[in-house]
Design a protein around this ligand. Structure first.
Ligand code: WTA
Length: 695
C-alpha cells in the first residue's frame, strides 16, 4: 500500500467544495487578464444537467475511484483490463513498479503474460458486441463536398485485406513498417493492419521532410513504407511520394534499403500518371489490396510485445524512438478516453490532431475505436475554404466531443466570432485541449463562444512518452479553472520537485514528475535503453521526469508552465532546439546557431534563432531565406524559424557553454532582466546582440 500522499489531501479538500448546483461562474469571470493569481479563484462549474449524466459526477466520486487506483493499482487496473478480450489471462503480479534507477534498471511491465491483440479489441470485439454497422470512421476531405465513411465491419474488412498483403510481403510479428500518410482513412487502417499481425508501426507525420523521414527509416529499418502519391491541404498540393522517393534514396546511401513502397493513389490530389514510379519497389494500393481476402487471422501477442514506435524530439539532435507496448497502452488509452471525455456510445467524436503525432495515435485511432466510438478524420485545413470550416464540420456530423489544440483555438479566435456563431454547434457537449498550456483568455473564448458556455473543457496534460492523459479534468466531476489541467487521472501520482529532487508540498512550483508506474507509459527508447534511463529517470531518482514545469495552487489544481528543457512547443509540436540548430549549421555559411523559444500569439511559442556566420560572410536577406530553407529541408516546414537574429558572437561561459538564459531574455526583449553577465567569457557580445536585435 502506498502512503497517503500530499495529493490525496488536496483532493480531499476539493471534495468539500460545493457541487455544481446552479452556479454559473463564467458570468463573474469576465476579467480576461492572464493573471494566474486571479484565475486561481475562478471556478467554472459543470451544469447540474451535465454532472447528473456523467460517468464521474462529483469530486467525491472521483476521489473514491482515485484512491482505489492509487492504493490498489493492481486491482483497479485488472478490473478494467478484464473488460477487454484476452486470449490468455496475464500472470501475477500484473505490473512492476520500480521507477528508481538507483535500485536497478527500469523495466516497466503491465499485464505481462497476457495474450491479446489491440486490433481485435478495437474492431472484432465491437462487432461481436453488435456494433458492426455502426460508423467507425467518418472521413471529411479537404474539399467540403468530398467525404466517405466506414462502419466497424467495413473497417475490419479493409484492415484484414491490408494485413493479408503485409503478411504476403513477409512482414512478420516484430517487424517495423513506416507509415507516411496524411489524414486519409488509410492511415488508421494501416496502423490497425500492422497491429493485427503484430508488426510495429512507426507513423511519421507527413509534414516531415525527406531527411527526417530517412533518419527514421535508417533507425527502425522497416520492411515496407506505406504512403500516398500526394495530398491537398487547403489550396496546396503536396507531392508526398517525391519526398518518400528522396528519403528512400538517402536511406539506401546509409545502408538501409526498403523493398516495398505501398502507395495509395489519392486521386483528388494527383493522378497516378503524374506520379514518379520505381518498378519493382512501388506498388499501387488500389491495384493490390482489394484482391486480398477480407478476413485475416489475428496474431496474438504478449501484452508487453511492441505496438508502435513514434519518434519525438528531445534535447539532443537525434529524435527518440518512443516505444509503446500492447496491453497497458490498450487499457490506458481506452480508459482515459472514456473518462476524460465522458464518452457515451451516442457520441460523435472529432479530434483535430494528425495521426502522425501521439494525440492521433491514442485519441484518433486506438482510444476511441477501443470504445466503439464514431470518429471523424479530417484531411484538410481548419481555415479552408474559410475559418468556419471546423464549425461547419461540427454541424455536418453533429459532433458532440471536439478535441483540439490551443494554437487552433487562438488562431480561430483571432479570425472573429462570426465564423463560429454562423453555425449552430448545438450538438457539442464536451471540448478538449491538448499540446500546450491553454491561456485563460483562449480557454474562455473556447468555453463561451465555441461551447456556448455549456460544454466543459478537458485540458489534457500528457506526452508522447505517457501514452495517454495524465492530468485532466473529468468533465462532470470538477469545477474547472480556466488554464488549469486540474487533477491527475486514475492511477497517476504526479509530484512537484525542486532542483534537488525533493518533493514539495502544498502550494508550490517546480518540476513535474510522476512517482508511480501507469499502464500507458512507454517502455524504452528504441535501441537505446540507456538514453531512456538517463533522460527520464536519472534527473530525479525515484521518479519519471516529464521535462515540464508545473505549479500547484492552494486548491491542489495543477498549472502546467511549459518545458524546462531544450524542447520548444510550436503550435503544439515538440521541436528540439538542437535539431533546428543542427539544420542551421548544416548551411556552409553558418558558423554557429543557438535556438530559443519565444512567446508567440498564435503558436504558443515561436522559434527564435541566433546565428553567427563564417568569417567574412555578410548578412543578407537571401541568406536568411536560405537558412530557413535548410531547416525546412532537414526537419519540415513546421520547424522553420520565425526569426533569424544575426549575431557577431554568442554569449558563452568561460568553459564555452552557451548561456541560453540570456538569449531567451534578448529574444523576448526583457532586457532589464538579463541578470548577471559578468561570468561570460566576453560580456560585450550581449550589447552587440541587443544592438542587432532589430535587423
Ligand atoms: C506539452 C502531446 C500544458 C507539455 C500530447 C508536454 C501540455 C508536451 C499539455 C508533450 C497541456 C501537452 N497543458 N502543456 N494540456 N499537453 N503539453 O509529446 O510541454 O507532442 O511535455 O505530446 O506538450 O508533447 P507531445
Amino acid at each position: 500500500k502506498m502512503n497517503t500522499c500530499n495529493h490525496l489531501r488536496h483532493v480531499e479538500s476539493m471534495a468539500t467544495l460545493p457541487s455544481g448546483a446552479g452556479k454559473i461562474s463564467h458570468l463573474n469571470s469576465v476579467i480576461l487578464g492572464e493573471d494566474l493569481a486571479s484565475e486561481e479563484n475562478d471556478l467554472v462549474f459543470p451544469s447540474n444537467h451535465f454532472s447528473s449524466q456523467a460517468l464521474v459526477s462529483s469530486p467525491e466520486k472521483y476521489l473514491e475511484m482515485y484512491k482505489r487506483s492509487i492504493e490498489d493499482p493492481a486491482g483497479f487496473w485488472s478490473d478494467i483490463a478484464s473488460t477487454f478480450y484476452w486470449k490468455h489471462q496475464w500472470n501475477q503480479p500484473v505490473f512492476s513498479e520500480n521507477l528508481d534507477v538507483t535500485k536497478g534498471t527500469i523495466n516497466i511491465e503491465w499485464f505481462k503474460g497476457g495474450i491479446t491483440n489491440i486490433c481485435y479489441n478495437a474492431l472484432d470485439r465491437n462487432i461481436d458486441a453488435g456494433n458492426g454497422s455502426k460508423i467507425a470512421l467518418y472521413w471529411e476531405g479537404n474539399e467540403p463536398d468530398v467525404d466517405a465513411s466506414l462502419s466497424y465491419s467495413q473497417l475490419l474488412d479493409k484492415v484484414c485485406q491490408l494485413a493479408n498483403y503485409l503478411k504476403d510481403i513477409d512482414v512478420k510479428k516484430g517487424d517495423a513498417v513506416i507509415i507516411y500518410l496524411p489524414m486519409l482513412m488509410e492511415l488508421p487502417i494501416a496502423m490497425l493492419a500492422c497491429a493485427r499481425i503484430g508488426a510495429v508501426h512507426s507513423v511519421v507525420f507527413a509534414g516531415f521532410s525527406a531527411e527526417s523521414l530517412s533518419q527514421r527509416i535508417v533507425d527502425c529499418k522497416p520492411k515496407a513504407v506505406i504512403t500516398c502519391n500526394a495530398v491537398r491541404r487547403g489550396p496546396k498540393v503536396i507531392n508526398l511520394k517525391e519526398i518518400v522517393d528522396a528519403a528512400l534514396v538517402e536511406s539506401t546511401k546509409n545502408g538501409v534499403s526498403v523493398d516495398v513502397c505501398l502507395t495509395y493513389e489519392n486521386q483528388s490530389a494527383m493522378k497516378r500518371e503524374a506520379t514518379k514510379w520505381q518498378e519493382g519497389r512501388d506498388v499501387w494500393w488500389q491495384d493490390i489490396i482489394p484482391t486480398y481476402p477480407t478476413t485475416c487471422e489475428v496474431e496474438w501477442v504478449d501484452a508487453e510485445d511492441p505496438l508502435f514506435l513514434l519518434y519525438t524530439s528531445g534535447s539532443t539532435g537525434k529524435p527518440k524512438g518512443v516505444l509503446h507496448t500492447t496491453g497497458g497502452y490498450m487499457v490506458y488509452t481506452a480508459t482515459t478516453f472514456k473518462y476524460a471525455f465522458d464518452y457515451k456510445p451516442s457520441d460523435i467524436y472529432w479530434c483535430t490532431a494528425d495521426c502522425g503525432w501521439i494525440t492521433g495515435h491514442s485519441y484518433v485511432t486506438y482510444g476511441p475505436l477501443l470504445n466503439g466510438a464514431s470518429v471523424i478524420i479530417f484531411e484538410g485545413a481548419p481555415n479552408y475554404p474559410d475559418s468556419g470550416r471546423c464549425w461547419d464540420i461540427v454541424d455536418k456530423y453533429k459532433v458532440t466531443i471536439f478535441y483540439t489544440a490551443p494554437t487552433l483555438v487562438r488562431s480561430l479566435m483571432r479570425d472573429g466570432d462570426e465564423y463560429v456563431t454562423r453555425c449552430s454547434r448545438k450538438s457539442l457537449r464536451v471540448l478538449g485541449s491538448v499540446g500546450e498550456p491553454i491561456n485563460p483568455s483562449a480557454w474562455r473564448w473556447f468555453f463561451n463562444v465555441v461551447g456556448d458556455s455549456r460544454c466543459p473543457i478537458s485540458d489534457t496534460w500528457w506526452q508522447t512518452e505517457t501514452g495517454g492523459f495524465m492530468i485532466t479534468p473529468l468533465p462532470g466531476a470538477w469545477p474547472q479553472k480556466p488554464g488549469s489541467a486540474t487533477f491527475p487521472f486514475f492511477g497517476v501520482l504526479p509530484v512537484i520537485v525542486d532542483e534537488k529532487g525533493t518533493e514539495i508540498e502544498g502550494e508550490c512550483s517546480g518540476y513535474l514528475c510522476v512517482k508511480n508506474s501507469w499502464p500507458g507509459a512507454f517502455r524504452t527508447l528504441y535501441g537505446d535503453h540507456e538514453r531512456y534511463e538517463t533522460t527520464y529517470f536519472k534527473p530525479f531518482p525515484g521518479y519519471y521526469f516529464s521535462g515540464d514545469g508545473c505549479s500547484r495552487d492552494k486548491d491542489g489544481y495543477h498549472w502546467l508552465t511549459g518545458r524546462v528543457d531544450d524542447v520548444i512547443n510550436v503550435s503544439g509540436h515538440r521541436i528540439g532546439t538542437a535539431e533546428v540548430e543542427s539544420a542551421l549549421v548544416s548551411h556552409p555559411k553558418c558558423a554557429e546557431a543557438a535556438v530559443v523559444g519565444v512567446e508567440h500569439e498564435v503558436k504558443g511559442q515561436g522559434i527564435y534563432a541566433f546565428v553567427t556566420l563564417v568569417e567574412g560572410v555578410p548578412y543578407s536577406e537571401e541568406l536568411r531565406k536560405e537558412l530557413i530553407v535548410a531547416v525546412r529541408k532537414q526537419i519540415g516546414a513546421f520547424a522553420a524559424p520565425d526569426k533569424i537574429h544575426w549575431a557577431p558572437g554568442l554569449p558563452k561561459t568561460r568553459s564555452g557553454k552557451i548561456m541560453r538564459r540570456i538569449l531567451r531574455k534578448i529574444a523576448s526583449k526583457q532586457l532589464d532582466e538579463l541578470g548577471d553577465t559578468s561570468t561570460l567569457a566576453d560580456p560585450s557580445v550581449v550589447d552587440q546582440l541587443i544592438e542587432l536585435s532589430d535587423c
